[in-house]
Design a protein around this ligand. Structure first.
Ligand SMILES: Nc1nc2c(ncn2[C@@H]2O[C@H](COP(=O)(O)OP(=O)(O)OP(=O)(O)O)[C@@H](O)[C@H]2O)c(=O)[nH]1
Ligand SMILES: [Zn+2]
Length: 198
């Protein structure tokens, strides 16, 4: 995984961000030189690069890296994939779960690759709707399955900590393609993601 060690951060980007965050701290009335804050701009610079690393990752390459020929025609569901993203309006986190399913058409992919693809698109500035369709389209375009379904349930900190300040609202978005556009298949999927059977 990229960005797990400090030397993997791009030096030019990191130093530019450190300057920016030092200046932001001053504008917010803080003293960037006080003891607790001296390393904060650097930590923020690294945290933001980590949280936006999806721009340099390729969902198609990830899915293709573990694409296996297999004659399975039943629905495959990876549910409750936790995700953390940031809204592009406020750059505040939204977080929740993704449920992803597909019906193979000759090819399957490694289960972990489905979760990795969720992160590829979550670790960017997003709206939940686009995140949902990007995951669907990446699976559709690489595995060429008979159908793909993605449901995301998330809470948005920009609606909780500020703004409308609603603590309990959860936003659900969905993106269906192929077989999942049929009511029967979609109902089977929604039934399975709601079940407590593991
Ligand atoms: N559709 C969509 N909207 C989002 C998402 N994340 C945040 N938003 C919304 O983006 C909107 C931005 O609206 P603006 O009126 O420009 O921003 P604002 O004045 O900060 O709005 P308030 O949050 O209502 O105070 C807000 O309604 C947010 O709730 C998302 O993933 N999808
Ligand atoms: Zn927001």
């Amino acid at each position: 995984m990229a960005y797990t060690r400090s030397e993997e951060y791009d030096e030019k980007i990191t130093s530019g961000l450190i300057e920016t965050y030092r200046s932001a701290l001053s504008l917010l009335g803080e003293d960037p030189n006080r003891e607790g804050l001296t390393k904060t701009p650097e930590r923020m610079a690294k945290a933001m690069q980590f949280l936006t690393q999806g721009y340099s990752l390729d969902a198609h390459a990830i899915l293709n890296s573990a694409k296996f020929h297999e004659n399975v025609s039943e629905m495959i569901i990876v549910k409750d994939i936790e995700l953390y993203s940031m809204c592009e309006h406020h750059m505040l986190p939204f977080y929740g779960k993704a449920h992803v399913a597909y019906i193979p058409n000759g090819y399957i992919t490694g289960l972990s690759k489905i979760a990795r693809v969720v992160d590829v698109f979550a670790r960017r500035l997003q709206v939940q709707e686009r995140l949902t369709t990007q995951i669907r389209d990446a699976i559709k375009d690489t595995l060429r399955p008979l159908g793909v379904a993605v449901v995301i349930e998330a809470s948005h900190l920009c609606m909780m900590m500020r703004g409308v300040q609603k603590q309990n609202s959860v936003t659900t978005t969905s993106a269906f393609w192929g077989e999942f556009e049929k009511n029967e298949t979609r109902s089977e999927f929604t039934k399975l993601i709601s079940s407590d059977l593991h």
